[in-house]
Design a protein around this ligand. Structure first.
Ligand code: PGA
Length: 249
């Protein structure tokens, strides 16, 4: 049985004042029936983890470097995230693939570093609108999955987030059939690679314009084990009903 996960990605949003949203979220969900993860900017991880020390809500990073330390100005190592209080890290988000040219091979190395540091790696993949319209979606996400996930990954340290690039921050959402098709495909691909039981245990999140108004129908789709939420994770009043919809799914 896969434990469901509601993950929030604050992206490059939030200074200290934003931490009040975490107090509201923790107060609204003292004993959530699903895993809840918030990934704030790196500068807030330590303070967020402190604010949530008495709460089951956990904190993650949005990226890490593949190396443990070294001459990489501006980067953050996985063990640094862990020491700051993170228990997870998002890797290979499409904005990092676009803004920083991250390749599948780099994402795989970062994912391996996150796992080695004891973090849960939330590995993102998803097709562009051109890929979708050209009928290449499954080829693209299949290749990303193969290339971005290291061989030693397993369900306790790996979550996959399917995020169609054209759905992120746009208010556009694939049909439930399209989401289901990709999630079933990813499930089969993970089972083929890692074995039926290990592949079945890995959680698959959907991400891209998840809101309180569409969360319940998305969570009813087969093989959707939760969501990676951007804009609607910034305010507790928006993220809270998404958590509740996942608890009810
Ligand atoms: P969005 O972002 O919910 O604002 O579309 C999702 C994401 O990029 O993880």
């Amino acid at each position: 049985m896969r434990r469901k996960l509601a993950a929030g990605n604050w992206k490059m949003n939030g200074t200290g004042a934003q931490l009040a949203e975490l107090d509201r979220l923790a107060a609204a969900h003292p004993e959530p029936g699903v895993d809840v993860l918030i990934c704030p900017p790196a500068t807030l991880i330590h303070r967020a983890a402190s604010a949530l020390a008495q709460s089951p809500v956990s904190v993650g990073g949005q990226d890490c470097h593949a190396a443990m330390s070294g001459a990489h100005t501006g980067d953050v190592a996985a063990q640094m995230l862990a020491e700051a209080g993170a228990t997870a890290a998002i890797l290979g988000h499409s904005e990092r693939r676009a803004d920083h040219g991250e390749t599948d091979a780099q994402v795989r190395d970062k994912t391996a570093a996150a796992i080695a540091a004891g973090l849960v790696a939330v590995v993102c993949l998803g097709e562009s609108l051109d890929d979708r319209e050209a009928g290449r979606t499954l080829d693209v996400v299949g290749a990303q999955l193969d290339g971005s996930v290291p061989d030693d990954a397993s369900a306790d340290r790996l979550v996959i987030a399917y995020e169609p690039i054209w759905a992120i921050g746009t208010g556009k959402v694939p049909t439930l059939e399209q989401i289901g098709e990709v999630h079933d495909f990813l499930r089969d691909r993970l089972s083929a690679r890692f074995g039926r039981e290990p592949g079945t245990a890995i959680r698959l999140l959907y991400g891209g314009s998840v809101k309180p108004g569409n969360a319940a129908e998305i969570f009813a789709v087969n093989n959707v084990d939760g969501a990676l939420v951007g804009g609607a994770s910034l305010k507790a009043e928006d993220f809270s009903p998404i958590i509740a919809a996942l608890e009810a799914a």
